[in-house]
Design a protein around this ligand. Structure first.
Ligand code: NG1
Ligand code: MG
Length: 399
């Protein structure tokens, strides 16, 4: 099955506006916002290791209609979670977190903004609606966080930059939600640019845009439709293993993050890590980081073939050394590798389920979707969803 665009941007906004009017009385003065989802092309599990990532923003994501209120009440509603109704609280209240509640994301952002000293004294009301599949590694959560940051900035005329908003959105995820994630998702969503991926050094936050000069190829995202059950606990486990490896290495060499190591430095010092598993985790982080730099260079030189090979190597490393793939992701990627239209294919996001990203020859996409989808279904009993990705701009107010 091919899901290209669930609904166009205008349709989405118009239907959210209708709901806004129903829920909050009128649409007078209501403003329109958008934050994309993101897909990472290469550089996986490197962000929290102080390494490089190469993500891009998608052209679908989270839409929102928002308006400032004269009192101090905040009202939040999501058309994706109709059963939960309108969440209502005051800006003065200590913001309580409830388990499994989507509104924790906007609440967390509001909390971090206020704790960062931004004066938000009035309430506001928002209707959210999104078309990113949840828990698929396309960053639906970061998209809600970043769109909320943009809403707060615009409604309250705050002076923060998009980079500040990105950092506060990540803090909301770390400190309020309790997921100790790196900065890749929020950064790509806030700073994305049409037809470009972003090479981001997560240690220094230096970044450069790199145009995706794909003429004969397209980016295809495939959702395994396997939800990432244990992702969060395994995610934190991997972070722990990498931290342990780093501490050992620091006994011998002066480094602040695994991302600072060259392959040679890693190979000549790795015996101090001691533990075999931790060594493999660190190896992935170091090699993946270097692989990302090579891949970006290849793309700059118009060598898409080489970029694709490096994507394949990334998957192997995530499968064998980092051990974050699983049967569904491996089956989908192996089916893609067999197809003659495939330039490269790998898992994307945290892993354990969720999506793969592939570069596929444009004239073979239909056959790719048909054959890869069929093989995946035969081997796993699951249906994959395919999206031909358009690389879009970052979060913004729509005017
Ligand atoms: P996804 O799969 O989008 O949740 C997670 C982290 C990223 C990064 C990747 C692995 C969150 C919100 N994000 O992405 O920071 O570490 O895994 O590269 O957990
Ligand atoms: Mg998430």
């Amino acid at each position: 099955m091919v899901k290209v665009r669930i609904e166009g941007e205008r349709n989405m906004i118009e239907s959210l506006k209708r709901v806004f009017g129903e829920r909050f009385g009128s649409t007078e003065g209501a403003r329109e916002f958008f934050a994309p989802g993101r897909v990472n092309l290469i550089g996986e599990h490197t962000d929290y290791n102080g390494g490089n990532v190469f993500p891009c923003a998608l052209d679908f994501g989270t839409y929102a209609v928002a308006r400032r209120r004269e009192d101090r009440i905040v009202k939040l509603y999501s058309v994706n979670f109709e059963d939960l109704g309108v969440m209502e609280f005051s800006v003065d209240e200590l913001i309580n977190k409830r388990e499994h509640d989507w509104a924790n994301y906007p609440k967390g952002v509001l909390d971090i903004f206020r704790r960062s000293g931004y004066s938000i004294e009035n309430g506001f009301e928002v209707v959210y609606g999104g078309n990113i599949p949840n828990g698929a590694g396309l960053s639906s959560s970061a998209s809600i966080e970043v769109v909320t940051s943009v809403i707060l900035k615009e409604l309250f005329e705050l002076e923060n930059t998009m980079i500040d908003a990105v950092k506060m959105s990540q803090r909301a995820e770390n400190e309020f939600i309790g997921v100790n994630c790196g900065i890749m998702d929020q950064f790509a969503i806030g700073m994305g640019r049409r037809n470009n991926a972003i090479l981001l050094d997560c240690n220094t936050l230096e970044y450069t845009y790199s145009e995706l000069k794909l003429e004969d190829e397209v980016v295809v995202i495939a959702n395994t439709n396997k939800r990432r059950g244990l992702a969060d606990s395994k995610y934190n486990e991997r972070r722990g293993e990498c931290e342990r490896a780093l501490e050992k290495l620091q006994e011998k060499i002066e480094i602040g993050a695994l991302g600072e190591l060259s392959i040679e430095e890693f190979e000549s010092n790795k015996e101090v890590i001691g533990n075999e598993t931790d060594t493999r985790r660190a190896k992935h982080a170091v090699y993946e980081n270097q692989r990302t730099l090579k891949a970006v260079e290849a793309l700059k030189n118009g060598d898409v073939e080489k970029f694709g090979k490096l994507m394949n190597e990334s998957h192997v490393s995530l499968r064998d050394d980092y051990e974050v793939t699983g049967r569904e992701l491996d089956t989908l990627v192996e089916a893609a590798w067999k197809h003659e239209g495939t330039v490269g294919s790998r898992m994307t996001g945290a892993g354990f389920g969720g999506c793969t990203v592939s570069i596929v020859r444009r004239d073979m996409v239909a056959d790719f979707i048909e054959r890869v989808g069929t093989e995946y279904r035969e081997k796993t009993g699951l249906n994959a969803d395919f999206y031909v990705a358009n690389i879009g701009d970052g979060a913004r107010e729509l005017r």
